[in-house]
Design a protein around this ligand. Structure first.
Ligand code: AHR
Length: 634
């Protein structure tokens, strides 16, 4: 008999409560949501021709060479082709894409290239092919502008078959010397049809969650393996050819499955992240480097006296997001097509940084940002060891600084999540709020390649999240991590959404997150079992919320045992309840069940109606189940 007191609604549940954590890990951005199909489009990877293969009918010394110009430090390399009496099929280049290119039958593909040739003479032909060289559509590309300047050529064509792992080939025809750079191919079915945009199926999965916020761009890539490889937002906006790429931090070890050709091209940059947040109604939460590289690898620090440029980046970011179009960075935003502000309210300084070095730097950041922008809420990092000394040290320091929001990360075994459902019950009710910024149950061990997105993990998270919701006066934001993984290009598991080149599916963990987010409510309600919170008694975990806008009571019940349990939800403090409510059920008798590309909805929520008599809702908490009940009240 679980008692819910609707009249005792107290704390607000913030609109930001359930959000998403995005990082370019596991091909999250390049080869993921960034829909560019060409890998190493600007020849700037370690090896200039990574991702490309040359096809020649006849060897000709120096026909394809990489040039390096001094006037373009952000993108110095380009390809120079010397073409002699070539017919289509004589000299060409094939791009392998990111684990191939997903080609869709009947879809338009948009090719573009920057080129320069003194006199017109060379033509290009672009086509899609499979691994055997069979073609699936293509077109001629007009390179007729001549002279010393660079021009952009564009050409579109329609694919005539679906090929999961296609490639793109360009053929040279004619006579002459031509310089090429930024060789690009996008599908036309991007999110909102934006040219050069994002992969719509992946973004749709985010939109379907209605997340309260998007945290970006990470994660460890904020810090970088060393400071040279840290994320610098100013290098990610404006013309694509001027966005200087860097090696992805997940290219390296600790990545478990290193990928030597994993780079951040920044085709997806801060402007696009802000736009994405706006599209899906989520608050943007950018995280900036605190003058410290990733402490798991090196402890490279910026000396205090050199910290100013880092702080300036933070100040300028607020101006970029919110400033009037008459300000320097507001004008930049307007120039990029968004004169209206993005209404940035939150910003993080540091990711998984710790020790007195972090605190020292954070204090300077905080003062500078708060002096200029007192309303921006700052997220501070408290490390990765929720029960350890490092965490205690930081929490004490951050509390004494009166931090706005403390970012806690927990990658732990499922049992930890069950044992910690009361983690915030006795947390101080005044002072900093908590952002559960990265969490995921690890079925094998932390950062093991054997971790599974199984129902066992997702169920434990669902149970733990009742504790987050119950403590929504303290915990104001939470996000599972990491978000995306490509089935052939991942470094880290478990992950919430898995994809290949053509498909995407949500794990059971995704559906847990989605159920919470879509059934958030705006006030916490007490739900008790014998006057105690429901946090593991008889293997049950529960939380309750009120949606004062729709006038519904929302109850979440998690049963982590293999036995069904009869639950009577006794709703006090209402005049009456509707005679029918809604039940969203996520359940399997098999804790090892997973979803897959082949069986994407093996485990997915099932909606049904639930009959209600009087002021009580009788329901069965099925074995290993997560139930969400919505009931209208008067
Ligand atoms: O989510 C993967 C990584 O885990 C993040 O980049 C980092 O913040 C954490 O250690």
């Amino acid at each position: 008999n679980l008692q819910v007191n609707v009249a005792a609604a107290k704390a607000d549940i913030q609109p930001t409560m359930w959000g998403v954590f995005f990082e370019d890990i596991n091909q999250g951005a390049d080869g993921g949501i960034y829909a560019e199909l060409v890998k190493n489009r600007s020849f700037e990877f370690f090896k200039p021709l990574m991702g490309w293969n040359i096809t020649r009918k006849q060897f000709q010394e120096g026909d394809l060479i990489i040039m390096n110009r001094a006037d373009k430090p952000a993108n110095p390399r380009y390809l120079q082709a010397t073409v002699k009496n070539a017919a289509r099929g004589d000299l060409g280049l094939t791009n392998e894409g990111f684990k191939g290119m997903g080609i869709k039958n009947g879809l338009r593909y948009d090719f573009s290239v920057m080129y320069r040739q003194a006199a017109p003479g060379v033509k290009l032909y672009v086509e899609l092919v499979d691994s055997l060289g069979k073609t699936y559509g293509g077109t001629a590309v007009d390179l007729s502008q001549a002279g010393q300047d660079w021009h952009t050529a564009k050409a579109s064509f329609t694919a005539n078959a679906t090929v999961p792992k296609g490639r793109m080939r360009v053929w040279f025809e004619g006579n002459g010397v031509v310089d090429l750079d930024m060789i690009s191919l996008f599908p036309s079915d991007t999110w909102k049809g934006r040219p050069g945009g994002m992969r719509a199926d992946m973004i749709q999965m985010l939109a379907d969650m209605k997340p309260g916020f998007v945290r970006f761009p990470g994660g460890c890539i904020v810090e970088g393996y060393d400071l040279d490889q840290r994320y610098q937002w100013k290098k990610t906006i404006g013309a694509l050819e001027d966005r200087q790429l860097i090696i992805n931090r997940w290219n390296f070890e600790f990545a478990h499955r290193p990928a030597p050709d994993y780079f951040q091209t920044f085709g997806l940059g801060f402007f696009e992240y802000f736009q994405l947040c706006e599209d899906i109604g989520a608050e943007p939460l950018p995280i900036l480097n605190a003058g410290m590289a990733c402490q798991f690898n090196t402890a490279e620090l910026v000396p205090m006296e050199d910290l100013q440029p880092y702080i300036q980046d933070a100040l300028d970011l607020v101006e970029f997001a919110n400033g009037a179009v008459t300000t320097k960075w507001g004008a930049k935003r307007a120039e990029l097509g968004h004169p209206e502000p993005f209404n940035l309210k939150f910003m993080g300084v540091g990711n998984e940084n710790w020790g007195p070095q972090y605190v020292e730097r954070l204090k300077v950041f905080t003062k500078a940002i708060k002096d200029k922008y007192p309303d921006i809420k700052l997220v501070n990092s408290s490390g990765t060891d929720p029960n350890g000394d490092r965490f205690d040290y930081l929490n004490t320091e951050l509390r004494s600084m009166n931090a706005d929001i403390i970012d806690e990360h927990y990658y732990r075994r499922p049992e930890w999540f069950l044992e910690n459902a009361r983690r915030y019950d006795n947390y101080p009710r005044t002072g900093p709020k908590v952002f559960a910024g990265e969490y995921a149950a690890q079925t094998d061990k932390v950062v093991s390649i054997h971790n599974k997105n199984s129902w066992q993990a997702a169920l434990a998270e669902a149970a733990f999240m009742t504790g987050l919701e119950r403590n929504a006066d303290v915990v104001t934001m939470a996000s599972y991590a990491p978000l995306f993984a490509h089935a052939e290009g991942w470094q880290w598991t478990p992950d919430m959404i898995w994809v290949d080149n053509l498909r995407a599916y949500g794990t059971p963990n995704y559906y847990v997150q989605q159920l919470y987010s879509l059934n958030k409510g705006n006030k916490v309600l007490p739900i008790t079992l014998n006057k105690d919170v429901v946090a593991g008694q008889d293997s049950l975990y529960a939380s309750a919320a009120l949606d004062t806008k729709t006038k519904e009571v929302i109850v979440k019940v998690v049963n982590v045992s293999g036995k069904p349990q009869q639950v009577n939800l006794d709703l006090k403090g209402v005049k009456s309840l509707a005679s029918q409510g809604k039940l969203f059920l996520l359940q399997s008798n098999d804790l090892n069940v997973v979803n897959s590309l082949e069986q994407p909805k093996n485990l997915a929520p099932v909606e049904s109606s639930i009959a209600i008599k009087g002021k009580a809702v009788k329901m069965e908490a099925k074995p290993y189940s997560f139930s969400v009940v919505r009931v209208a009240y008067k």
